[in-house]
Write a protein that binds this ligand. Structure first.
Ligand code: ATP
Ligand code: MG
Length: 187
């Protein structure tokens, strides 16, 4: 299967896309992971770089461990969304910068067919990384690589360069009823 995908890639049947999952509703990261699973099933090599470490998404970590090295998840953030964990703004900035470097390196290295930059749009929104750096990353994407970006509030510059943008719109969220995060649903 992996070999067949490589063959197709060489025959230029593959047009690498820039895909964005944004909006206030739940489902951005799960959509990206679902696409990752689909790609894995096609023999593709998938990498997820988490810019903002959520801390407890163990479900996907446990699952992908069983998929072998062809589906890798690297948590690179410092848990920015969790208040009061003793980290300074400088720590967060450094972690986000490191994540961006890793993204740059992997996008160029060609070891993966689909790369998911999870929550990169939050890092951008919070000013942990610069727009110019992210745009440079998109501009030099190799032609066969699919790149997925997630996070709320995708800025117009990113939307402009993307081939697909889906906005998750919240109609209801159980959290508003005071229901806490549920195993298998949120982590
Ligand atoms: P998921 O990882 O479940 O696909 P997401 O990537 O769309 O969610 P994020 O903004 O990354 O959403 O936030 C992650 C966490 O915040 C998840 O646990 C999710 O349930 C929760 N969340 C997402 N959207 C909302 C919302 N509109 N109201 C409250 N909590 C939310
Ligand atoms: Mg998310």
């Amino acid at each position: 299967m992996e070999k067949r995908y490589r063959e197709r890639k060489r025959m230029s049947e593959t047009k690498g896309l820039i895909l964005v999952f944004t909006g206030n509703g739940k489902g951005k990261t799960t959509a990206a992971l679902g696409m990752g699973l689909r790609a894995w099933g096609q023999g593709m090599r998938v990498l997820v770089l988490q810019f903002i470490k959520g801390g407890w998404r163990y479900g996907e970590l446990n699952a992908t461990e069983r998929l072998g090295g062809r589906f890798a998840i690297r948590q690179l953030g410092e848990g920015f969304t969790r208040a009061d964990n003793g980290k300074t703004m400088g720590d967060h900035r450094e972690a986000a910068r490191h994540a961006l470097e890793e993204a740059n390196k992997e996008i160029n290295a060609g070891n993966f067919d689909l790369i998911i930059l999870d929550e990169i749009l939050y890092a951008l929104k919070f000013g942990l990384i610069d727009m110019e750096e992210v745009l440079a990353l998109l501009d030099k994407k190799p032609p066969h690589l699919h790149l997925v970006l997630t996070g709320r509030d995708a800025p117009p510059e990113i939307i402009d360069r993307a081939d697909l943008v889906t906005e998750m719109r919240e109609i209801k969220h159980h959290y508003k009823k005071g229901i806490k995060a549920q195993r298998g649903v949120e982590f």
